[in-house]
Every structure is written in structure tokens, then in C-alpha cells.
Ligand binder design. Structure first.
Ligand code: FAD
Length: 615
């Protein structure tokens, strides 16, 4: 509390309180914006679900839905065309233009917030002349500190697996990770601006120096402030992939969680008058943890002794096998006997007590649950990397042999990703990404009714080696059988083998015989760019199933998506998973296929949606 002595000093304190009120107002306005965005996204989510229900319900409902969808479709096609491709700037690699735009808007907001409505005056400190109080340094310094505090609950919500934003908007938690990272970076920038401005004010402008600066270091708010800034700097630096690679991902994850909570404590110590924002952050962290542990408890608790085991907590029985290919890539196939169901495309966090109780990793189920079954077999395809997956691989001494592996499961996480209003679906997977697309294909086929118009499902799997087909060979054959038995479905299975150049005479792993066209084109370098598409459009095997041997390059995503778009009538959804490069190419390809004018004229083929599963 300032003591008002003299005109200049009183004027300063008048401004101080007026500025303080405007900072607090700004914090609430910020949350007003955030809440509005979430509410709008929630309304879009609910109206989307409502439209789907209407279109499924009755004939009249169908008309309403398609009438409403045309405006929705025109806007969707328009925004996809311009906002879906990868952003142009090197700063935002693997980021869509929409995401880059969000960062630009956020930058704009923070800049305006820092400078607008600030009292830019200069006041003489009457007690210690020639000391001065600089309005910009103090009030912009406070503003940035306040904005950093206001962002604290937000950054924690965006990092929680179970959070209210996902509940309202229907967007799964992992898609908020990008925003979590960027909001964290803005907290870092705002905090440093706050620190630098106040350091100049207290270390240079206030007098006498260095006495004033030295006494500042003894103050509680300064010590905690420096501590909070140091912890935040650690969190910021550790958020970069290069640093994560040095320290290992698991260390990053654990230290990130611990340091984030310490940061909350330091913020509280720095400015207890604003503890409400910190309490909100702490509440979010604890709520997320509690939900997670209660979930795991309920899944694994056996309430009665019986055939399923004694009373108490039990891990599920599982088996794991390792498969090795010519390129030295190891893939694990994990089968878990669980008692829970899930939707295609959802994932679980798995803990392996044999290795560690403290580590859990997300993996997507590669199959669909059996309706009504008490015990559900979960299938996971796991690519071996350097950490826990490597230790899992080490458990499998012999390749292609099953070993027992008790597994603790937490989930399912993620929302339903299939757009029921689409007429045709293209599922594109790179490598182990097929563990995501395969159950989706099964679900789409299962949900196709006889009365539906013919639905084309294009299942594209891009693999390095033909031998990789073994990961999901039986499931692919089962998919083909399921499609053959479903009248409304026209399933194409196209496999692109990118590193094998020869067509084995009788490949036992191929889902369908390779065509003569394929082997001929591999030898013809002129046709390389369009190789995959030529094969798929020219080869008229009875089942439309084609294996293309590309030898040394990837197929063109643009050609794959455009050829499918030209073949289909009606709205298309592309569902895909795989390496980041595939995601980038697909965004470009899908954006290019969207045509809002076409949709406006009533041709839904101009609307091509994309769901990309980033791992
Ligand atoms: C929603 C989701 C679903 C996934 N589904 C599959 C799947 O079906 N099959 C599959 O092979 N992989 C899947 N992944 C990736 C898989 O989680 C990681 O490859 C695995 O955790 C690597 O473990 P590691 O200790 O061997 O990794 P490390 O070699 O230590 O790290 C390699 C990279 O793996 C990622 N990673 C490591 N630990 C985690 C973690 N706890 N959470 C998130 N990412 C992590 C990081 O990007 C890290 O840079 C999925 C990831 C996500 C986010």
C-alpha cells in the first residue's frame, strides 16, 4: 500500500490503483475470450452431433440435415482449402496454417494486452530524488505478469487428459498439446518481459543504487519471482525436441510434471494476492490425477473372488511378440485380455509392471471390440524406439515367439473420429499407422446398412517391406471377408511397398496377387511419379486389391487422394496415421481437393475431410 505524500506521489498512486483494476479486468476479459471460444466450439460440436442424429433418424431428418450441411459443407471446404496445408514458415514446421494463425493471433493479443491502456507517465519519487517511476516499466511489467498468471490455469487444462475443454468441444486432449506448448511459451515470454521491466525499474530507475537493488533481493516476492522464472525457463527449454532427445523423453515427462507443480508454488509465494489463479492450476492437476487413478482402480479391481482371480487389484494377462524386418526395424505385437470396450481410433495408456510401475505410454488399439463379449482381446502394434518399447523388445528373446506380459490399462482416450455424414472413406496408413486405420475400416464396414448407397472404402497401406504385412495379415484378410459379406461396401485394399523392388512370385504375405502392370511399371522410370495411381486405376483385379512395388520412393499422396476423389460420388473423409512427412503431404493433398464452389452447387464431392492421427 503506497503512502500518498505530495502531489506527484499521490498522482502516481491514483494511476497505480486505476492500472491495477485494468490489469484484473484484462485477466477476466482474457478468460471471457477463452470461454467464448470454448462455448462456440461446444455449440458446433453439439449441432454436429444433432445433425448426425437427425440424418440417421428419419427421411425428413435427412432433408434437414443435408439442407443444413450445405452451408456447413461450403464453409468447411473453404477453410480446409486455405487453412489445412502446412504453414509456410520454417518456425512452424509440421504445423497447419490454422495452427500458425492461432499463434499469430495469440501474439497479437499478448502485444495489445501489454501496451493498451497503460499510463505512460513519469513520476519523481519524492522521498529519494532523483529516483523516478516510469509508468511503462511498472504498469506494462504488471500487465505481463497478470497475463502470465491468467494463462496458468489454461496451460494446465490443455495438458490434462481429462479436461473440461475436451468434454465441451469433443476435441480429444492430445490435440490440445500444440496449444499447451504455445501457451506455455507465451507464459515464458510474458514472465521474462515482467522480470526485465521490473529489474530495470528497481535496479536503475529507483534510487539510491545499488542499495535499492540489493534490498530488493532480500524481499520475498523477488526471491520467489526469480525462482518461478528459473523454473519456467527450465520448462521452456525442455519443451524443445532437441533438448528432450538429450535428456530422454521419460525424464522430460517426469521432470516437466514435478517442475510445473513447483512453479505453481513459486508463483503463489511471489504474489499471494493472486493465489486464486494458482489454486485453479493446482485443482486441475489434482483432478486430472485423481480421475486417472480412480479409472485404473475401477478397471483393474476384482470385487469378487472367482474364475477371473482373487479379490483385489490385478493386471490384465497379455502376450507380446517381436517381429524383425530386413531394415532392422522391430515391431511388437501385444495382445491383452481386458474387460473394457473402446471405439475404433481410441488409445489406452499402458503400464507394464514387469518393467516399471511408474511409466505409462499411449498406444492405439488395432482392433475393434467384440459386441457383448465379457472378455475383450485388445491388439496393439508397437514400433520399437529407444525407451520403454526397447525394453519390451528385450523381453522377447526369440523373434516371432509369444511371451507373457501382464499389462495395466488406463483409458480409453480420444473421441470417435469417423464422420458419419461422409459417403466414402479413404484410410491411409504409413507403417504401424495401420494400427489406427484398420479398426476404423472395420467399424465403417460394420456400420454400413443395406439401404445405404454404395460406399467406397479405400484402404491404403504404405510399407517399407512386403514382410511388414505380417503384422496385420490375418486382420487384413478378415477385413476383406467382412467387406465381401457386406452388400453396400466396395472395399479396395492397396498396399505400396516402398523398399522392395521385386514382385515375389507367390507372396504369402500379400493380401492379393500383384498385377503384371505393377512389375512392368517398376522397371519404367518415366512413370515413377504416377506409379501407384497408374497401378490402382489400371489394375482391375476382381477385388480391386493391388500391391505396388515402388522400390525406392514413396507414392504421391496427392495422386492417391485426387484419384479417389474423382472416383467417388458424395462427401469423402480421409483418415490417416503414420510418419510426420505423410501427414504434411496429406494436408496439402486434401486441402487441394476441397472446393467450396462445388459444394455450393450441391456437389458434396467438393468436401473432403481429414483426420490425421499424430503420434
Ligand atoms: C495418442 C497416441 C497414440 C499412439 N499409438 C501408438 C501405437 O499404436 N503404436 C505405436 O507404436 N506408437 C504409438 N504412439 C507412440 C508411442 O506412444 C511412443 O512411440 C512410445 O511411447 C515410445 O516409447 P519409448 O519409451 O520407447 O520412447 P523413447 O524412445 O523414449 O522416445 C521416442 C519418442 O516417443 C514419444 N514418447 C515417448 N514416451 C511417450 C509418452 N509417454 N507419451 C507420448 N509420447 C511418448 C516421444 O515423441 C519421444 O520423442 C502413440 C502416441 C500417441 C500420443
Amino acid at each position: 500500500m503506497g503512502i500518498c505524500e505530495g502531489k506527484d506521489n499521490c498522482d502516481y498512486w491514483d494511476h497505480y490503483y486505476q492500472q491495477h483494476n485494468s490489469h484484473i479486468l484484462g485477466m477476466f476479459i482474457t478468460w471471457g475470450f477463452i470461454a467464448s471460444i470454448v462455448v462456440v466450439a461446444g455449440v458446433i460440436n453439439i449441432s454436429g452431433r444433432h445433425r448426425k442424429k437427425l440424418s440417421q433418424k428419419d427421411e425428413e431428418g435427412k432433408k434437414t440435415a443435408s439442407g443444413g450441411r450445405s452451408i456447413h459443407g461450403v464453409l468447411s471446404a473453404f477453410f480446409r482449402k486455405y487453412l489445412l496445408p502446412q504453414s509456410l514458415w520454417g518456425l512452424f514446421s509440421h504445423v497447419t496454417r490454422f495452427q500458425a494463425m492461432m499463434v499469430v493471433l495469440l501474439t497479437l493479443y499478448c502485444t495489445l494486452f501489454t501496451f493498451i491502456g497503460i499510463s505512460y507517465g513519469v513520476w519523481v519519487n519524492p522521498t529519494k530524488p532523483p529516483g523516478r517511476r516510469i509508468g511503462f516499466l511498472e504498469f506494462s511489467g504488471d500487465r505481463t505478469g497478470c497475463l502470465a498468471f491468467a494463462f496458468v490455469p489454461l496451460v494446465f487444462i490443455l495438458s490434462s487428459r481429462d479436461n473440461i475443454f475436451s468434454l465441451i468441444t469433443g476435441v480429444s486432449y492430445q490435440h490440445f498439446n500444440f496449444l499447451h506448448r504455445w501457451i506455455g511459451r507465451f507464459i515464458f515470454i510474458m514472465t521474462w518481459v515482467h522480470t526485465v521491466l521490473w529489474s530495470i525499474e528497481l535496479g536503475i530507475m529507483y534510487q539510491p543504487q545499488p542499495t535499492k537493488y540489493k534490498t530488493t533481493w532480500a524481499k520475498r516476492y523477488w526471491k520467489y519471482g526469480v525462482g518461478a522464472t528459473a523454473l519456467l525457463t527450465f520448462l521452456f527449454l525442455h519443451s524443445f525436441r532437441t533438448v528432450q532427445k538429450w535428456t530422454g523423453y521419460e525424464f522430460f515427462r517426469k521432470s516437466h510434471e514435478v517442475v510445473a507443480v513447483l512453479f505453481l508454488g513459486a508463483c503463489w509465494g511471489h504474489w499471494p494476492d493472486m493465489k486464486e489463479w494458482i489454486i485453479a492450476g493446482i485443482a486441475i492437476v489434482f483432478f486430472d490425477r485423481c480421475v486417472r487413478y480412480v479409472r485404473m482402480f475401477l478397471i483393474h479391481m476384482n470385487w469378487t473372488s472367482g474364475t477371473s482371480g482373487a479379490f483385489g487389484l490385478h493386471a490384465f494377462d497379455g502376450t507380446i511378440s517381436r517381429h524383425h524386418d530386413t531394415d532392422g526395424i522391430d515391431v511388437l505385437v501385444l495382445r491383452v485380455k481386458s474387460n473394457i470396450t473402446w471405439k475404433a481410433g481410441q488409445h489406452f495408456f499402458l503400464t507394464f509392471p514387469t518393467l516399471s510401475f511408474l511409466e505409462s505410454h499411449p498406444f492405439t488399439t488395432s482392433n475393434t471390440p467384440t459386441p457383448g463379449a465379457k472378455t475383450q482381446d485388445q491388439l496393439y502394434i508397437i514400433r520399437v524406439l529407444k525407451g520403454q518399447t526397447k525394453r519390451l523388445a528385450d523381453l522377447c528373446i526369440e523373434p516371432d515367439t509369444e511371451y507373457p506380459l501382464p499389462t495395466i490399462v488406463c483409458g480409453p482416450y480420444g473421441t470417435s473420429v469417423i464422420d458419419q455424414s461422409a459417403s466414402n472413406y479413404q484410410l491411409i496408413a504409413g507403417g504401424t499407422g495401420a494400427s489406427f486405420t484398420l479398426p476404423l475400416a472395420q467399424t465403417i464396414i460394420a456400420s454400413t446398412s443395406v439401404s445405404d448407397e454404395k460406399r467406397i472404402i479405400d484402404f491404403v497401406w504404405i510399407l517399407r517391406r512386403a514382410e511388414n504385412l505380417r503384422w496385420l495379415q490375418n486382420e487384413l484378410l478378415e477385413l476383406r471377408r467382412q467387406a465381401t459379406e457386406t452388400p453396400g461396401v466396395d472395399l479396395h485394399i492397396r498396399v505400396f511397398v516402398t523398399r522392395d523392388g521385386e514382385v515375389p512370385s507367390a507372396s504369402s504375405t500379400s493380401p492379393a496377387p500383384s498385377t503384371p502392370t505393377a512389375s512392368k511399371e517398376v522397371c519404367d522410370p518415366k512413370d515413377k511419379e504416377t506409379l501407384g495411381v497408374n497401378i490402382s486405376t489400371e489394375a482391375k483385379t476382381p477385388e480391386h486389391d493391388v500391391t505396388s512395388w515402388l522400390q525406392d520412393h514413396h507414392p504421391s499422396c496427392k495422386d492417391i487422394v485426387m484419384a479417389f476423389r474423382d472416383e467417388c460420388v458424395g462427401k469423402i473423409q480421409v483418415l490417416a496415421s503414420g510418419p510426420a512427412g505423410l501427414g504434411r503431404d496429406l494436408r496439402e493433398a486434401v486441402a487441394g481437393c476441397n472446393d467450396s464452389c462445388k459444394v455450393w452447387r450441391g456437389d458434396e464431392g467438393g468436401e473432403v475431410g481429414l483426420y490425421w492421427d499424430s503420434r
